[in-house]
Design a protein around this ligand. Structure first.
Ligand code: XUL
Ligand code: CO
Length: 437
């Protein structure tokens, strides 16, 4: 059955096209930064938003009109797999991502839940074998079910820790079976509501124990995908332990996990943490842990995770600039952890939304590539730090000076600072966005 019969394959038609169901900037075969765009950008469809989300919000019922709405149980899961592959192929994409509970319903026992999963995983495997679609990452949903009310690996209840371990064990087996290129941990309930009832130090140790066991099990079954932690400061918990990239890096170092994990950076999580998207990408990059990206955007007037499809070209350009400086995302990709608004309830909106996000990243990529090629920012930044290339600056960097010598030097030297030229740089960025990229 064809689920999206009114939409044909989305093709690249170029920036002059008036066809809303065509790519204006995303041209998979175009070479940018020495690679085909498709191979560099590695866009992925997020199963939970695109196949599952129904438009429910705290004030109102489902709105999404979906061609699979008439099904239930495993039939619904099967219909969603068929629809997912049709949509991914019509968008001309190569990747998708899912939580275990997205693809199959929970049974009454863990064994029954796992049997449901196996049925759907084998259907997904067949579709993957007959298409060129691959799994960017999978993960375990350890936040929706009431058993996770106080956390999963950080729950005060050891039985919940054990259950979570069983769940991740199964998800790692699925990752291995489907050749998932990465495996994600997003700790939605791994945090706390109040310190009055929380042993934070113990919860963090347990989280580390959990991750070490996951590494061990992946090794045991020969799963070689990249492990990723996805930071988020809050929501649903008041304070999530993987607050931002810097907190995640500190945790990974403290518990001897840094060699086994990279980060999956999400734009709207960055802004919730009071950072820009590019800040989080930069922090990850300088610590060597930039692994993958959840592509979306928030709304500066709303204080929560709105998960909008990314359309802000400044943000996609600055994000792609960081990704280029990182030499690409390697096994990672750009996963649209984004949902259509509640009012965009028609199935065709799923296509418009992905096209908007894909074209925004493609354009941002081209602008960032041109900026990098011309060395505009690099040259400015290099000059800005040039005082460390000679004289006292070279002594500081070379480790041949100390506080006493520096104090003597400072006595004799009048300080002359130079402008940081923010406004000039912003107008150059505009020029690249509008004309040169
Ligand atoms: C929630 C979020 C998750 C993770 C995967 O904010 O981003 O969907 O990406 O669990
Ligand atoms: Co995410």
């Amino acid at each position: 059955m064809e689920y999206f019969s009114t939409v044909a394959k989305i093709e690249f038609e170029g920036p002059q096209s008036q066809n809303p169901l065509a790519y204006k900037y995303y041209n998979p075969d175009e070479i940018v930064c020495g690679k085909r765009m498709e191979d560099y950008l590695r866009f992925s469809v997020a199963y939970w938003h695109t196949l599952i989300a129904d438009g429910t919000d705290p004030f109102g019922a489902a709105t999404m009109q979906r061609p699979w709405n008439g099904y239930s149980g495993l039939d619904l899961s099967k219909a969603r797999v068929e629809a997912a592959f049709e949509l991914i192929e019509k968008l001309g994409l190569k990747y998708f991502a899912f939580h275990d509970r997205d693809i199959a319903p929970e049974g009454t026992t863990l064994a029954e839940t796992n049997r449901n999963l196996e049925i759907i995983v084998s259907k997904i495997r067949e579709y993957m074998a007959s298409t060129s679609v691959k799994l960017l990452w999978n993960t375990a949903n350890m936040f929706s079910h009431p058993r996770f009310v106080h956390g999963a690996a950080t729950s005060p209840n050891a039985d919940v820790f054990a259950y979570a371990a069983g769940q991740v064990k199964k998800s790692l087996e699925i990752a291995k079976e489907l050749g998932s290129e990465n495996y994600v941990f997003w700790g939605g309930r791994e945090g706390y509501e109040t310190l009055l009832n929380t042993d934070m130090g113990f919860e963090l140790e347990n989280l580390a124990r959990f991750y070490h066991m996951a590494i061990e099990y992946a090794k045991e079954i020969g799963y070689k995908g990249q492990f990723l932690i996805e930071p988020k400061p809050k929501e649903p918990t008041k304070h999530q332990y993987d607050y931002d990239a810097a907190s995640a890096v500190a945790f990974l170092y403290k518990y001897g996990l840094i060699d086994h994990f990279k980060l999956n950076i999400e734009a709207n999580h960055a802004t919730l943490a009071g950072h820009t998207f590019e800040h989080e990408l930069r922090v990850s990059r300088i610590y060597g842990v930039l692994g993958s990206v959840d592509a979306n955007q928030g709304d500066s007037l709303l204080g929560w995770d709105t998960d909008e499809f990314p359309t802000d070209l400044y943000s996609t350009t600055l994000a792609m600039y960081e990704i280029i400086q990182n030499g690409g995302l390697h096994s990672g990709g750009l996963n649209f952890d984004s949902k259509t608004r509640r009012g965009s309830f028609e199935a065709t909106d799923l296509f418009y939304a992905h096209i908007a996000g894909i074209d925004s990243f493609a354009k941002g990529f081209k602008v960032a590539a041109k900026l990098t090629e011309d060395g505009v920012l690099e040259e400015f930044i290099r000059n800005r730090y040039s005082s460390y290339g000679t004289g006292i600056g070279a002594d500081i960097v070379g480790g041949t000076t100390d506080f006493k010598k520096l104090a003597e030097y400072a006595e004799k030297r009048a300080i002359a600072n130079e402008s940081g030229r923010q406004e000039m740089l912003k107008s150059i960025l505009n020029q690249y966005l509008i004309e040169l990229g």
